[in-house]
Ligand binder design. Structure first.
Ligand code: IPM
Ligand code: MN
Length: 352
């Protein structure tokens, strides 16, 4: 039987197609080296299609995506589309419909990359944030009352289910157990949001009893923001809800060197998962062959882990590290010292 995987690809908007091209190049080379094959199927979704046809995410595309082994996403976002339409219609809809309940965000400072944190190096910044990805404020629960009048009000509710919390936390405990330091920090706000975080904290403590080998800890989200800057070495794995996770992972991206290097996964541990660079579609750099593809390539490394190819994933990550140490002069678009496609070639060339 041939060891083959079908990868649905959403190149998307702006520079998405350019970074995806390099990601595909590297993944294809890694697959050849490690003896399996990847079949990429591109799906046309994004701002361009929406502006041309009015379609955001047809059901047929969702079906196609759900039948793949993994989804590789470039970028979604178009300057001529109002904020919220593509985010809700594509990204959030896929998270909900494919039940991608873990948002995995490694925060790792690679050697050769500058962090804005003074006195911190790769030995201080190496943790993972696991964000609940299907609940909280993101479910869109709430509404208006007397909208547009002087008495108007708006309610936006955070939904936290025992099941949703528990499955994210179990994934977090398993992830933590597999790491060297085995330390899991719950990031919440149990001093103020006393309903949601009472439930989270109880679930956390109950599950912790099943993982005596994992050291547990709790910190308020505001305090975590301080410590991620002052003492990032305290963290190994952080588990949190959807909204807090959204906020702290942007901080995480910055301390690891910025959007040029930050990658993430939207994971359904028993289904199809979607991997993406964190940065946006960077419209002003579109088509110039200057955008940094490394975040997308690292998302590809996460994808390889996701389909059960950890050696190939490690090889891609190591090749990126090599490029960071020996080739690129900056992570910024247009200042890498190499074009987008050259960086992809360099990474592919370093695979071992
Ligand atoms: C992210 C993004 C999304 C989010 C937006 C684009 C809806 O910021 O993946 O972190 O808020 O989750
Ligand atoms: Mn975000």
């Amino acid at each position: 039987m041939s060891d083959s995987y079908s990868i649905a690809v959403i190149p998307g908007d702006g520079t998405g197609p350019e970074v995806i091209r390099e990601g595909r190049k590297v993944l294809q080379a890694a697959a050849a080296l490690y003896g399996f094959s990847l079949e990429f199927n591109e799906v046309d979704v994004g701002g361009e299609r929406y502006l041309k046809t009015g379609e955001i995410l047809p059901d047929s595309v969702v079906r196609e995506l759900s039948g793949a082994h993994a989804i590789y996403l470039g970028a979604i976002g178009h300057p001529e589309v109002a904020p919220g339409i593509l985010e809700k219609g594509i990204l959030l809809r896929l998270r909900f419909e494919l039940d991608l309940y873990v948002n995995l965000r490694p925060v790792k400072l690679y050697p050769g990359v500058d962090t804005p944190l003074k006195g911190k190096g790769p030995e201080h910044i190496d943790f993972v944030v696991l964000r609940e990805n299907t609940e909280g404020f993101y479910v869109g629960s709430g509404g208006f009352f007397k909208k547009g009048t002087p008495d108007e009000m708006a309610i936006q509710e955070s939904i936290n289910t025992r099941k949703g919390i528990e499955r994210l936390l179990r994934y977090a405990f398993e992830t933590t157990r597999a790491r060297k330091r085995k330390k899991l920090t719950l990031c919440g706000k149990n001093n103020v949001l006393t309903y949601a975080w009472d439930l989270w904290t109880r679930a956390f403590n109950e599950i912790a009893a099943e993982y005596p080998d994992v050291t547990t800890d709790y910190a308020h989200v505001d305090a975590i923001c301080m410590w991620m800057v002052k003492n990032p070495e305290w963290f190994d794995v952080i588990a949190t809800d959807n909204m807090f996770g959204d906020i702290i992972t942007d901080l995480g991206a910055m301390i690891q060197g910025g959007m040029g290097i930050a990658a993430g996964g939207n994971i359904n541990p028993s289904g199809v998962s979607m991997f993406e660079p964190i940065g946006g579609s960077a419209p002003k750099y579109t088509g110039k062959n200057v955008i940094n593809p490394l975040a997308c390539i690292l998302a590809g490394s996460l994808l390889l882990s996701g389909i059960g190819k950890p050696e190939a994933a490690k090889s891609v990550e190591d090749a990126v590290i090599k490029v960071l140490q020996t080739d690129v002069t900056s992570l910024d678009a247009g200042r890498m010292g190499h074009s987008t496609s050259e960086v992809g070639d360099l990474v592919a060339g370093y695979l071992r």
